[in-house]
Design a protein. Structure first.
Length: 226
């Protein structure tokens, strides 16, 4: 069993954050009407993808009735619909949809993860919860040795990636990288950090994030590793 697989299993068994553990289990038990026939995952969500990936996509946290239901990051909600469609368009995914963890989806040269691995109440993790999960992001980044591009989905994920690298002892450039959609930073450890608005319904329904805007980020990621 590889180190990345062992890490994924450790993440799935984590109960370090009492508030998150209680919430994700309650959601899994109570469900919602439209998913009443589902057997919810109800556990932390490990990262997913190619262990030799050059592109690492970092989001915020699983959705209560998305990843917390299906057992795979960015799977079973509108944000995931946008993400995996874009990954498929640029050759990182074998199919454009991600419905559940046994739907045959595979990623090529890409790995997808979240800064916090449990669905949080109101989609708002606490500072302590970010800090607890940061160890998992750090370990993933150490194991994914071929990563050359990081795509951060939203300001929170962008800032959390920078904090994680700082915790790993990496020298953060001055001025410090700041988030905007389309931001691009060539970092001293031979990684390019790209920023994108998160494909949340709030952003996609209002036009804050359009499909061409989103695709432009993954087109750039593809070009950077070509």
């Amino acid at each position: 069993m590889g180190a990345l697989t062992i890490l994924q299993e450790r993440i799935s068994d984590c109960t370090r954050c009492p508030r998150l553990t209680t919430y994700r289990r309650e959601v899994a038990r109570e469900k919602v009407k439209r998913f009443k026939d589902w057997d919810y995952w109800g556990r932390p969500i490990p990262g997913f993808g190619d262990p030799t990936a050059q592109v690492y996509v970092l989001g915020l946290a699983p959705a209560a009735h998305g990843g917390n239901r299906t057992g795979r990051v960015f799977t079973g909600d509108r944000s995931g619909d946008w993400l995996y469609e874009a990954l498929h368009t640029f050759g990182f995914a074998n199919q454009p949809e991600s419905m559940h963890r046994d739907d045959g989806l595979t990623l090529k040269n890409c790995f997808v993860a979240a800064a916090v691995r449990c669905a949080p109440p109101a989609n708002k993790p606490t500072k302590d919860e970010f800090e607890t999960c940061r160890a998992f992001v750090m370990e993933e980044l150490r194991l994914l040795r071929q990563v050359k591009v990081v795509v951060a989905l939203g300001k929170i994920a962008f800032d959390e990636y920078v904090r994680t690298c700082q915790s790993m002892g990496r020298q953060i450039p001055a001025p410090r990288p700041t988030f905007t959609h389309g931001a691009e930073y060539a970092l001293p450890w031979n990684v390019t950090l790209l920023g994108s608005y998160h494909p949340s319904q709030q952003n996609t329904f209002t036009g804050t994030l359009t499909r061409p805007m989103f695709h432009s980020v993954f087109r750039r990621a593809k070009n950077l590793i070509a």
